[in-house]
Structure formats: structure tokens, C-alpha cells
Design a protein around this ligand. Structure first.
Ligand SMILES: O=c1[nH]c(=O)c2nc[nH]c2[nH]1
Ligand SMILES: [Zn+2]
Length: 473
């Protein structure tokens, strides 16, 4: 097994996105990762022993201090998934949403749970479990919302750093339209609490190698105009990313129109994107979750500002928000990734988000836009390289190139034997995993079977920056 803090050679099949609609399959390939988790070399179609002999001296590696992770035929390395939008604080509520829609869901299920995490013991249990669970599904990087509470937000960042999950961690800012027991007392108090959380997160990881702060106005209706303005100024002052929700639900959009007329914002029109723009919150470091009901003009504005979209098909289906037009956004030049949006979304799995992105795109197609369908390759791009761009880490993660960091998952599918049992599983024993591969499938077909039937049982190991952060025994 690859030990931490050692140089490591990973050998076998690697699959990653070459471009939006194309996966690249690298077989008999060796990836050389140094003890800081950086990829130093990628050698294709090579023999492990020969390449080790020639490359170790060039890299200055001593054979005795190198770990080797050679995987079996049929297994493959895939880049770690990037969840561009989820609420760690809502993890206990996965699957609990009844027939609600956004605004009643917030009041009934979400605010009470989030407020209760001011209890540090409860927050620790919830956040620890959320991180473990998402890592087990191959999420190597997550853009998290915590709660309004500073100590428990800081705890989430501490736990991400300790467990090695790459994360953006945001204290939720909200000073209106929620119960008095769950909101900031004033815009000033909200910004002061946000600064305190930013200082803490910077303190634990000054170089932002694993965790970084993100400014998090919950969504426009939860924030007064002065708070939005102050958060826009904070974003400019600190250069930090911003995350928020946009245009998820028609009732929410009507509320934004009512709360933020152009006379208040100074915007040219009353669009939702225009509100964020008017307050300096629409920048190339802004992550906008949902973007279901955007107008042409809003999509244009988002592209011009370079803001990114987190597509959350599980949540948009579960709480009946709508079907986002991802193809339309991509064709407009808007960068998109995937979000589980737990617990609007019921699943912690980005693989599930990817398969639902494929299905929702088919619903958009059935609505008349035949070109809307997203392929297997496209949704896996969104889950990796697209996500990396959404969170501003495209130079570090998302694929297997020299200079990038080793954020990866080892995927194993169920290989069916001639007697109909799965290899490694004795007849009569429970089978491990949901994907059966018979041996005649092409690599493209294996990946499609993984996308549509795979789950955490197929995710055998997960690394972040070279560190083994999850192993399924
Ligand atoms: O899916 C969502 N989850 C939330 O917690 C939230 N808050 C505002 N808007 C939201 N949408
Ligand atoms: Zn959300």
C-alpha cells in the first residue's frame, strides 16, 4: 500500500477527461507522485520495472523509499470527484423533504437542524460523519456551507484539514427572513462573524493547501441590501471566493424581485443575477448553485463576469425546483460543475449527481430541446474537471497531468466469473457492489455501467494530495 509521505508510483489503467465530451484511457501507465502529493511524471504504455529503473534516478528517488500501488486488470484510477455545492450541516436530513418546495423546506426542515448545530458535540458528530461519507464516495474536494455559528463552522474546517478532504468552508450569512433564533443580528455582526471564521481557517492552513474560506451569503432573500453590499466589499478586499444560491425556485425569484427593486440596488433591471452583480458578488470567483430559471440576459451577465454554476440535479428534482438547462449554459460559455446540494439533494454521492445530470438533461430534451442530452463523458467531465474550474482549482486537480496533485480514487467493478459468481466472492456469499462486468465490455461500456449502477462499494481507495484518506476494507 502507498504509505503517506513517501514517493509513490501508481501503475495500471487511468481514466480522465480529455475534453468535455471525451474520456482518455491510459493503460499500462505509471504516474509518479512525490511525497508532497505532486505528479512528477506520467509514462504511458510502459513496463513498471523498466520505467522505475530509468525514471527513479532522473527524479532523484531511491528505490528503497518508493511505494508502489499496482492495480489489477479491470480496475482503474479516476480523478477524485468535486462537489461544488453542499451543506455539511444538513447531512442528517438526507432523504427528509416530503413534498416540500424550497421556501417551506427551509423553514420546516432546514433552519431548525442548522440552528441545532450550535451544540458543539452535535456539530462534531454531523461534520465528522459527513466528511467520512463523502470521502467514501470519492469526493476529494467539497464546497461546504456550514451554519451561521462561528465555532461550529471553524470545527468543520478543522475536521476537513484533519481528515485530508480538500474543502472550501463557508460560514452562512443571513440577517433577514428567517426566525430570530437563526439569523445574524445585523449586517455588521454578520461580517464580523465571517471575518472571525476566515481568520480561523487561514490560521489552520495559511497556504490554503487543503482548506480555504469562502464568503457565503445564503441567498439574496436571506440577506439585507447592506449585508450584500458589505459582503461584496469583503470579497474585493480579501480576494476570496463567494458561494451562494441563484434562481432555484419560482417563488424565490418572485421574492427577490419584491425585495430588491432596481431603485434599491441601482441595477439596470430587476433580475436575480443583477442583484448579486450590483453588490459586487458576481465575480470570476463566484459559485452560483442551481441556476434553473435564468433568463438569456442573466446567463450572458454570468458569463461576462466569469461566475461559475453548480448544477444540482438531485436537489432540483427532489424539492421540485426545475430542470436546469446545462447544455444551454455550456454553449453560452458558462463554466459548470456538479453539486449534490445535500440535503436539498438526498445523496452524498457525486456519482449519483452525475447520473441524475444525465437523466435531467434527457427531461430537458423531452421538453423539445433534443440537443440538451448530456453524455456519460460530459457528466463525468462536470464531476471532475468542470468542478475543479468552478472552485478555482483547475491548475491543481481534475486530471492526471504533470504538475497536478494526486487527488484520485481507485475504482473496482464486479468481475463475473465463468460460473456466474463474482471473482473473489465465494458462491452463496453476499456480493459486493452493484456493477457486474462480464469481460466482453469495452472500457467505454465499463465506465457507463459504473456511472449508472456504481456506488461507494466500487470506490476502494481515495487520495487527496497524495494522502490516502479513505480505504474500503
Ligand atoms: O437548495 C438549497 N438549500 C439551501 O440550504 C438554501 N438556502 C437558500 N436557498 C437554498 N437552496
Ligand atoms: Zn444549497
Amino acid at each position: 500500500m502507498a504509505a503517506d509521505k513517501k514517493n509513490t508510483v501508481f501503475y495500471g489503467t487511468f481514466i480522465h477527461s480529455k475534453k468535455l465530451d471525451e474520456l482518455e484511457y491510459l493503460h499500462n501507465t505509471a504516474v509518479f507522485v512525490d511525497s508532497n502529493g505532486k505528479i512528477l511524471a506520467v509514462e504511458r504504455d510502459c513496463d513498471l520495472d523498466n520505467i522505475a529503473t530509468t525514471l527513479f534516478p532522473k527524479l532523484g528517488w531511491q528505490a528503497g523509499n518508493v511505494a508502489t500501488e499496482k492495480i489489477k486488470d479491470g480496475q482503474f484510477f479516476f480523478p477524485g470527484f468535486i462537489d461544488t455545492h453542499l451543506h455539511a450541516s444538513q447531512y442528517p436530513n438526507v432523504g427528509i423533504f416530503g413534498k416540500s418546495t424550497l421556501l417551506d423546506w427551509l423553514n420546516r426542515y432546514t433552519f431548525p437542524l442548522e440552528a441545532s448545530l450550535a451544540d458543539p458535540a452535535k456539530a462534531r458528530a454531523v461534520y465528522t460523519r459527513c466528511i467520512r461519507k463523502t470521502l467514501s464516495h470519492g469526493t476529494t474536494c467539497a464546497a461546504y456551507y456550514a451554519t451561521v455559528d462561528v465555532p461550529s463552522t471553524n470545527l468543520l474546517a478543522d475536521l476537513c484539514a484533519a481528515s485530508g478532504q480538500r474543502a472550501l468552508v463557508g460560514r452562512v450569512c443571513m440577517d433577514q427572513l428567517s426566525p430570530a433564533w437563526y439569523r445574524d443580528e445585523s449586517p455588521e455582526a454578520s461580517v464580523a462573524a465571517t471575518r472571525a471564521s476566515i481568520a480561523h481557517i487561514r490560521g489552520i492552513d495559511p497556504a490554503m493547501e487543503i482548506v480555504r474560506p469562502v464568503i457565503t451569503p445564503r441567498f439574496a432573500p436571506s440577506c439585507s441590501a447592506p449585508l450584500l453590499r458589505m459582503l461584496g466589499e469583503l470579497a474585493r478586499e480579501t480576494g476570496l471566493p463567494v458561494q451562494t444560491h441563484i434562481s432555484e425556485n419560482v417563488g424565490e425569484i418572485a421574492l427577490v424581485k419584491e425585495l430588491f427593486p432596481p431603485a434599491l440596488t441601482g441595477a439596470a433591471d430587476e433580475s436575480y443575477a443583477g442583484v448579486y452583480d450590483a453588490f459586487g458578488l458576481l465575480t470570476d470567483k463566484t459559485i452560483l448553485a442551481h441556476a434553473v430559471h435564468l433568463s438569456e440576459g442573466e446567463a450572458e451577465l454570468i458569463r461576462e463576469r466569469g461566475a461559475k454554476v453548480s448544477h444540482c440535479p438531485c436537489s432540483n428534482s427532489a424539492i421540485t425546483s426545475g430542470a436546469a438547462r446545462v447544455r444551454w449554459l455550456i454553449e453560452k460559455g458558462v463554466v459548470c460543475g456538479l453539486g449534490t446540494d445535500m440535503s436539498g439533494g438526498y445523496s452524498p454521492s457525486v456519482l449519483e449527481a452525475a447520473r441524475l445530470a444525465a437523466l435531467v438533461s434527457r427531461h430537458v430534451a423531452m421538453g423539445g430541446d433534443e440537443g440538451a442530452k448530456l453524455s456519460v463523458e460530459e457528466v463525468l467531465y462536470l464531476a471532475t474537471r468542470g468542478g475543479a474550474e468552478v472552485v478555482g482549482l483547475e491548475k491543481k486537480v481534475g486530471g492526471f497531468e504533470v504538475g497536478k496533485e494526486w487527488d484520485a480514487q481507485l475504482v473496482a467493478l464486479g468481475e463475473v466469473d465463468v460460473d456466474g459468481t463474482v471473482k473473489g466472492v465465494e458462491a452463496g456469499e453476499a456480493e459486493d457492489g452493484n456493477v457486474d462486468v462480464f469481460g466482453w465490455e469495452s472500457w467505454e461500456e465499463r465506465v457507463a455501467k459504473w456511472l449508472f449502477n456504481g456506488d461507494d462499494r466500487n470506490t476502494r481507495k481515495v487520495w487527496v494530495k497524495g494522502r490516502l484518506v479513505h480505504e474500503r476494507k
